[in-house]
Design a binder for this molecule. Structure first.
Ligand code: AMP
Ligand code: MG
Length: 338
């Protein structure tokens, strides 16, 4: 354990730089974050890294002042070691090494995907869930088996969040597009009494336990080009891709015999997805959990929480082993805590 001191977590895998804290008992405190929002186009890794570098001093000062902390009260520094965008990860790792050295606090490099799972378990109080991890760059269905979080199914092309963001961007909606698609879909749904999918059908993206989203994206863009209302297509898009995710999650529950489903990642902020998971779980006498939204999106607190768990398991990261790993997989990290 972190010996009564605080663990600082630094998240920098993609669009967001975030600092978060857990106390000596591993209890989370809200993050201080800033997200790059390009005027046009997608997230450029170099520009996002420059954003993170520029914002870091201000965010670090704020997490200390908001929690009335002196830097000397920080007893360990956790950071996202991967997976993510190389230039962004490198900034987070550099900040972490600098602080570790300055504060004489051990460094702990952690797996970003595992951090999403662990903050969800802590927040929701579930024990051994199947995780539906739906974010910008990742879409995975995961379960813990023999000391690892195993990926049972995942996207074969782009992440579900990236797909939603790309669809939004094609219609002039800036990043992050997911929340706006949710709003447009709900408006259309409430304003139309007939909820027919006729003429709004899209490819259904399940391949065994895996998923795919680029074909659905192309087909959804075509529907709008061919004159279907944007709100209607947003509704159809959500129904199709969320159903696909929930179908794989259900099969994972069935195969593993587990009875808890936990949502994680930015797309887990979506109310429609949350309610689909509830319905499916209720139908099979299982429970569905979704963490508070501030812990679904990328946040430093989840990195701090996993760092605290790793330290409790006796692990830290010597500087020589602290290089980032863009392609770190969920199942590469041993899970030794209960
Ligand atoms: P993350 O990569 O986990 O930080 O999540 C970011 C992604 O979550 C982006 O692709 C957002 O568009 C998406 N997102 C955030 N809120 C929502 C929402 N309410 N509905 C759908 N997607 C969302
Ligand atoms: Mg994430």
């Amino acid at each position: 354990m972190a010996e009564g001191g605080w663990t600082l977590g630094i998240e920098s895998t993609a669009h967001t730089l975030s600092f978060g804290l857990v106390d000596g008992n591993g209890l989370p405190y809200p993050s201080i974050s800033d997200t790059v929002r390009p005027d046009k186009g997608g997230i450029h890794p170099r520009e996002a890294a420059d954003h993170h570098k520029e914002k870091a001093p201000e965010l670090f000062a704020r997490i200390l002042s908001d929690n009335d902390l002196h830097p000397s009260e920080i007893s360990s520094i956790a950071f996202s070691q991967g997976p993510g965008l190389g230039p962004c990860l490198r900034i987070g790792a550099s900040i972490a090494r600098g602080l570790s050295k300055k504060l004489n606090a051990p460094l702990i490099g952690v797996n970003h995907c595992v951090a999403h799972i662990e903050i969800g378990r802590q927040q929701c109080g579930c024990d051994d869930p199947v995780l539906l991890y739906v974010s910008g760059g990742n879409t995975q269905v995961i379960a813990r088996l023999e000391g690892r979080y195993r990926v049972l199914g995942e996207t074969l092309d782009i992440g579900i969040g990236n797909m939603l963001d790309k669809f939004a961007r094609a219609h002039g909606i800036p990043f992050p597009g997911g929340p706006v698609i949710e709003k447009l879909a709900l408006e259309w749904y409430s304003q139309n009494s007939e909820h027919s999918m006729e003429g709004l059908e899209l490819p259904y993206a399940v391949r065994g336990m895996d998923l795919a989203f680029s074909g659905v994206l192309t087909a959804a863009l075509k529907l709008v080009e061919n004159g279907k209302p944007l709100g209607a297509v947003c509704w159809s898009l959500q129904e199709h891709v969320f159903s696909a995710c929930v179908e794989v999650a259900e099969r994972a529950l069935s195969h593993t015999g587990k009875n808890e489903l936990l949502l994680g990642g930015g797309v887990a902020c979506n109310n429609r997805l949350r309610s689909m998971c509830q319905i499916m779980s209720n139908e099979r006498d299982s429970q569905s959990f979704a963490p508070p939204r501030m812990y679904c999106i990328d946040n430093g607190t989840m990195i701090a929480r996993l760092g605290w768990l790793e330290q409790g398991a006796g692990r830290n990261t010597p500087f020589a082993m602290s290089a980032i790993d863009q392609y770190l997989r969920t199942d590469q990290t041993p899970i030794t805590w209960s």
